[in-house]
Design a protein around this ligand. Structure first.
Ligand code: ATP
Ligand code: MG
Length: 357
């Protein structure tokens, strides 16, 4: 039986609760199907790792990650790092950069029985994950920010052709497997050089995919169109910060941030990470919605299935996903979706549906 080593990093805030839930449903599905085995490798990461190892992303974690087939990551409390660990990247940022996980793929799809405000929609935001306006430790601009006088800050955006090319290819390849439509989101009317290069490069890459329909929007107009007619979009390719903002918007439009999922990927590594943050206001209360982290883990399993050409992984992912959707459809929901199930109760409901199917 094929065995996969999966690195698990719980992170901060609600991280331990939702990551535990994701691990539990995958383990249950693996036992139920008996075709795949997961070896879970728990790795210290986050504020709790600072207490124990003096660092949020300690060396033992960095080393161990190399021997894993995929990683499941909990959220980081960005505000705590900014306040108490000035100048340090969050582990999540560090992971994306050190391993060059350049594509953050964030689907938003309306779900049966879940209230949404846009009608039916099924779109994917492909967010460039290494440059744009989230720049730190860049070879040209260092941390990307400078105080040029005590009262003047410069925050630099970085746009490079190779980075735009690879994210554009990721978006177009994705579109080929979907509805063959890519929307480029930018702000080239104001940030003329950076987004000028972004759109020009995306258009050049588009020529290699003649079957794919291409359009482009300024980010402000796109935000409005997303609310008005989310159902018309398929794959959206955009810069780092725009992707971050638009994917929270898209997630809320189709049902809620607690449901939103993603992977960060390069050609040979992938990391599951829910779209939401560490939500310190509800941490440790057993009320967090684990669906975002669970579906992110499923996305990782699918990515592994494709990479290793292992159909049993796709089956397993499908089983977990269907069981999550069934639980939601049956009305088992956490508070953020208007229900009263706890994190543990929701997870148990998914486990039962995996076992019964
Ligand atoms: P970050 O900067 O890390 O992305 P953020 O400021 O975007 O963080 P989040 O932590 O994503 O904020 O959460 C915003 C609010 O949404 C939380 O305070 C919480 O109330 C709610 N929320 C987020 N995720 C969940 C979840 N999984 N279940 C329930 N509520 C959630
Ligand atoms: Mg956020």
């Amino acid at each position: 039986m094929a065995t996969y080593r999966l690195g698990v990093m719980y992170g901060d805030g609600i991280g331990p609760e939702v990551v535990q839930a994701a691990v539990e449903v995958l383990t249950t599905a693996a036992e139920r199907l008996g075709t795949v085995k997961f070896n879970w490798v728990e790795l210290p990461m986050g504020l709790s790792a600072i207490e124990k190892y003096g660092e949020a992303f300690p060396d033992i974690t960095k080393k161990a990650l190399k021997n894993c087939d995929g990683w499941i990551l909990g959220p980081n409390d960005g505000a705590a790092y900014a306040k108490e660990h000035q100048g340090k990247r969050t582990p999540s940022g560090e992971l994306r950069h050190s391993y060059d996980l350049y594509a953050n793929i964030r689907p938003s799809k309306t779900l049966p029985g879940i209230r949404n405000v846009v009608g039916e929609a099924d779109l994917v935001i492909v967010r460039e994950n290494t440059e744009g306006f989230y720049t730190d430790k860049n070879m040209y601009v260092g941390n990307g920010e400078f105080m040029v006088t005590p009262e003047t800050a410069l925050s630099v955006g970085v746009f490079t052709k190779p980075a735009i090319e690879r994210i554009a290819h990721a978006a177009f390849r994705f579109a080929m497997e979907r509805r063959q439509h890519v929307t480029i989101v930018h702000k080239a009317n104001v940030i003329k050089l950076g987004f000028g290069l972004f759109i020009k490069t995306c258009r050049e890459v588009a020529e290699q995919y003649p079957q794919v329909k291409v359009d482009d929007y300024h980010v402000d107009a796109f935000a409005a169109q997303l609310v008005r007619r989310a159902g018309d979009f398929d794959v959206i390719v955009t810069e780092n910060m725009f992707g971050d903002i638009l994917s929270d918007l898209a997630a809320e439009l189709v049902g809620g941030l607690g449901l939103a999922y993603s992977i960060n990927a390069s050609e040979n590594q992938a990391m599951a990470q829910a779209v939401h943050g560490s939500a310190p206001d509800i941490a440790g209360k057993n009320v967090a919605n684990p669906v975002g982290e669970m579906l992110s883990a499923v996305m990782l399993i699918d990515w592994l299935g494709t990479r290793h050409q292992d159909q049993s992984l796709h089956h397993l992912g499908q089983l977990v996903k269907t069981s999550i959707l069934k639980a939601l459809f049956d009305g088992v929901r956490t508070q953020d979706l208007g229900g009263d199930a706890s994190t543990i109760q929701f997870t148990e409901a998914v486990v039962q549906r995996i076992l019964r199917s």
